[in-house]
Write a protein that binds this ligand. Structure first.
Ligand SMILES: [Zn+2]
Length: 142
């Protein structure tokens, strides 16, 4: 019994360390907006996707397709699971959530996917694609 308890707490301890490491990792997309001189937009974006590490750690992303300039995933939000696509090359995006459907907004799920793309494909040319995308859609942030 004692062994079992310590095993569980070891796992819990590791999870705390991991989430701490992820939480400490700076979000890429708000920083990009800051570098573009868009401080207000950057702080708005930071507030919107502040729980990226939480989404990542609790398995809320299910990546369906990932290639250069394109990411498609299911994102489990708090009010449903949404189908989200971002095409950085043709600069189009889609989300099945109501925010996108009715307002054509760059909703939280699209923003989370941009951050996820930056997280998974950490090359300069990929980050450059995201930067360009954000520049085009900066006024469409929720
Ligand atoms: Zn959405």
């Amino acid at each position: 019994m004692a062994i079992r308890i310590s095993r569980i707490s070891a796992i819990a301890f590791l999870q705390i360390i991991m989430s701490y490491a992820l939480a400490r990792r700076e979000l890429r997309t708000p920083k990009m907006l800051e570098e573009l001189g868009l401080r207000v937009e950057a702080s708005r974006l930071r507030a919107i996707i502040g729980d990226f590490a939480f989404y990542l750690n609790s398995g809320r992303f299910k990546v369906l397709r990932l290639k250069r300039g394109y990411i498609e995933a299911m994102v489990k939000g708090f009010h449903g699971e949404w189908h989200v696509k971002v095409d950085l090359l043709s600069r189009t995006f889609y989300c099945s959530c109501p925010h996108h459907k009715f307002r054509k907004a760059l909703c939280k799920h699209v923003l989370l996917l941009l951050e996820l793309y930056a997280f998974m494909r950490n090359e300069i040319r990929d980050l450059e694609l995201i930067r360009e995308f954000l520049k085009v859609f900066k006024d469409n942030l929720l």
